[in-house]
Ligand binder design. Sequence first.
Ligand code: ASP
Length: 586
Amino acid sequence: MKHGPRPNRYRDAWCGQLTAERSGTQARVAGWVHRRRDHGGLIFIDLRDRAGLLQLVFHPETSPEAHKAAHALRSEDVLTAVGTVVRREAQNVNPNIATGEIELSVTELEILDDAATPPFPVDEDVAVDESLRLKNRAVDLRRAAMLEALTIRHDAVATMRDVLNELDFLEIETPFLTRSTPEGARDFLVPARTQPGSFYALPQSPQLFKQLLMIGGMERYYQIVRCFRDEDARADRLPEFTQLDIEMAFVDEDDVIDTTEAVMGAVFERSGFDVAPPPWPRMTFAEAVGRFGSDRPDTRFGLELKDLGTAVTGSEFKVFSGALESGGVVRGINAGARELSRAELDALTELAKQHGAKGLVWAFVEPEGWRSPIAKFLSEREIAAINSRLETSAGDLLLIVADRATTAGQSLGALRLELSRRFGLIPEGRHDILWVVEFPMFMWHPEEERWDAEHHPFTAPSGDLDDPANLLSRSYDLVLDGNEIGGGSIRIHRRDVQERVFELIGMSADEAQARFGFLLDALGYGAPPHGGIAMGLDRVAALLAGRDNIREVIAFPKATSGGDPLTGAPAPVEPAQLRELGLRLS
Ligand code: ASP
């Protein structure tokens, strides 16, 4: 804490900040009973406030009244106490806490609130069932790990604001009760009481508002903003999450990337996160997918994918030649010298299948050839060609997938990550950050026979709109240790181009006008070229705090079920409320 508390009837100093310099003086402190010990008539209390711990000592002879009251103290009771700061005897100094050289010899004690036995210990870093923690979040927040995580998050946000304010950005709020903003997820809907049958949508992002702010001449906007997407929660995705949202006018990719590097570079530096300073390397989508089987490549370890097409063209082995003939690929990784049991190989095959592959070919390189169920189907020349492509040595395990390019990439990419975890291939403490650029503009939706925007439909294309299959988009993602921590794009700023993109994704002109007429009209009144980005704050904070789970850096997160164990939301409502909204449950 930078400043002492304003002295009042509860305290005039922070527990965690009293030091030997104050010995001999009086202090008043307040906080929670962290721990209690009795020693030959003396009672010791570790008192906790946000600044840290302070040892209180109660002497039966010198302060009989306070000592008597202290008998009643139990963990998590809330108190205020006055006493004299005294140096501890040398053998009692506790080097583990900042106030370990002193203690407060208490003369007056007032118990402010009596605590029931907490549902789990606050003073120890023991594993506690997450739903119990979320249900008793007020108690859980008292644990040191939560304070540390929320402080790291706060510091990151403060740095973001500092840097952007310095760069003349304006922080502007955008509405929560709005219309659907397509980011590719399901909307949360809010029924409108004043217009029965109509609904607001909670924003999946402030995308359209920030574009309107640019058309409105605000030039540089940012917001630390909540976004809502009605998707199934996962470890790295919750139905509501927070973004640092940025938009700039009259800019190209380099301007947005440069600004983001200034912001995020400062965030990493100030939090002591050990990642290379900007500028950060850029990798095209095609290279990321080709080498790592992912558009958010984890480059901290090797095991890169190699194309084996030329090694097996015209092979007798139909799995390989068939895939190639139907326009697919044969790709593999050299997993290095590893012994895996048959059951473990079956588990890897299962993982490849979960990512859409029809199967997985495995082979161990031995001096005389391959040990593999498919060795007998391949010629010596083919085996030699694959070995040379994968740069093998004796003992290496090879994993090969023959499939459509995306399926082969995704399944090998997943195997690569699984092997890195299993064999601990990521060097301790190493962090890699990079930009992925030149994404495809569209993905083909075979079921609906239409194109879908890979980023969102407001992203500017780069290339010929009449050739959607080969069109790239002017978007960019920031990837840290294999996590997409941010993404954005240069936007479409011309009405005709926006209309054409809506048309390509299967939206009729009438529908486009009905849903996005406000944007199209605004574009028609003179829009500057503009672009921006959004950083996922929850993930960034989790990485900075070294937590796997983003719920660890959110004060009141939803559980994986999407529900809130604390308040019980979502919950049924009174029939009268439904009537008022013009709703009936089916
Ligand atoms: N609105 C986008 C998102 O939420 C980010 C952007 O394009 O700026 O992912």
